[in-house]
Unconditional design. Structure first.
Length: 261
C-alpha cells in the first residue's frame, strides 16, 4: 500500500474542495483549503520526497474563464516533477500526448470514455493509440445509489451519473486499456468523515491490478482500516486531512511510512 499525493487545481489555485459540491455553473465549489503555494511548489516537494504516482486534477472545464490559469498551474507542476505525476481533467485523444510530452507519467480519463452514460469503446481505442496503454489511468470515480444497490461511474467532474455500474466485470474489461485505476468515492470526497468501506471492499476484489482509492481519509485509523479491508493492495490519496492542506494528518509521516511499496 502506497501513499499517492494529489494536487487539485480550481480557478487557478491549488485547493481542497468537497467534491460533490463542484458546479461548472459559475465555477463554484465548497472550499476546505486554498493554498498559497503553487502547483509547482507542491510537485517539487513530492519529487524531493520520492512520492511518485500522484495525480494532478484540473477542476475547471475547458470553456471556463479560469481554465487557462488552472492549466498553467498544472503544467508548472508537471515540469517540476517530470515523469513523477499523472494528470486528469478534460483529457482526450487529441491532447493526451501533449501532456505526456510536458512530463506526465500518465493521463487520467473518465468523461472522454464514458459518454451519454455509456462506455465508448472507440474512444478507449483512440486513447491507447495516442499514448499507449502504459500511459493511461482510468478514473472510475463513483457514487452509491442505495435504491439500486450499485455504485455508478460519475463523469464531468463528478457531476453526471452514467448508466454504468462499477463492477468486477467492468474492471476486468477495462484492464486491457489502461495501466491503473483511480477511484474517488464521491459520496465522501472532501468531507473528512472516513473512508467508504463498501467501495473499498468492492475494489479489494480486484487483486492483481493497481488501484488507488481517494475519499474521506482523515486519520491513521482510516489508513489502517483501508489497509486491512484492501489486503494491503490498494494505494491511497489523502487531501483535505493533510497538514499541508490545512488538516492535521502529517504529510511527513505518510511520506516516510507509505512513500514506497
Amino acid at each position: 500500500m502506497k501513499f499517492r499525493p494529489c494536487i487539485d487545481i480550481h480557478n487557478g489555485a491549488v485547493k481542497q474542495i468537497i467534491g460533490s459540491s463542484l458546479r461548472d455553473s459559475g465555477d463554484q465549489a465548497v472550499e476546505n483549503f486554498v493554498a498559497q503555494k503553487s502547483g509547482a511548489e507542491f510537485a517539487a516537494m513530492f519529487r524531493r520526497d520520492g512520492l511518485t504516482g500522484g495525480h494532478i486534477i484540473l477542476l475547471n472545464k475547458k470553456d471556463s474563464p479560469h481554465f487557462e490559469a488552472t492549466r498553467a498551474q498544472a503544467l508548472g507542476a508537471l515540469r517540476a516533477f517530470p515523469g513523477g505525476m499523472q494528470i486528469g481533467g478534460g483529457i482526450t485523444d487529441e491532447n493526451a500526448e501533449r501532456y505526456i510530452e510536458e512530463g506526465a507519467s500518465h493521463v487520467i480519463v473518465t468523461s472522454f470514455v464514458f459518454r451519454n452514460g455509456e462506455i465508448v469503446g472507440e474512444n478507449l481505442g483512440k486513447l491507447v493509440h495516442a499514448v499507449g496503454r502504459e500511459h493511461v489511468v482510468l478514473d472510475l470515480s463513483c457514487r452509491y445509489y442505495p435504491e439500486e444497490g450499485h455504485y455508478y461511474i460519475m463523469t464531468d467532474r463528478w457531476q453526471k451519473r452514467t448508466r454504468t455500474p462499477l463492477t468486477k466485470e467492468l474492471m476486468e474489461y477495462l484492464k486491457s486499456y489502461c495501466d491503473e485505476f483511480l477511484v474517488h468515492a464521491v459520496d465522501v470526497e472532501g468531507k473528512g468523515q472516513g473512508i467508504d468501506e463498501r467501495l473499498v471492499r468492492l475494489l479489494a476484489e480486484e487483486t492483481d491490478f493497481p488501484v488507488t482509492y481517494a475519499g474521506g481519509i482523515r486519520s491513521a485509523d482510516d489508513i489502517a482500516l483501508l489497509d486491512r479491508i484492501g489486503g494491503g493492495r490498494i494505494d491511497f490519496t489523502v487531501g483535505s486531512a493533510l497538514d499541508i492542506y490545512g488538516g492535521s494528518l502529517s504529510y511527513e509521516a505518510l511520506a516516510r511510512d507509505f512513500g514506497k511499496k
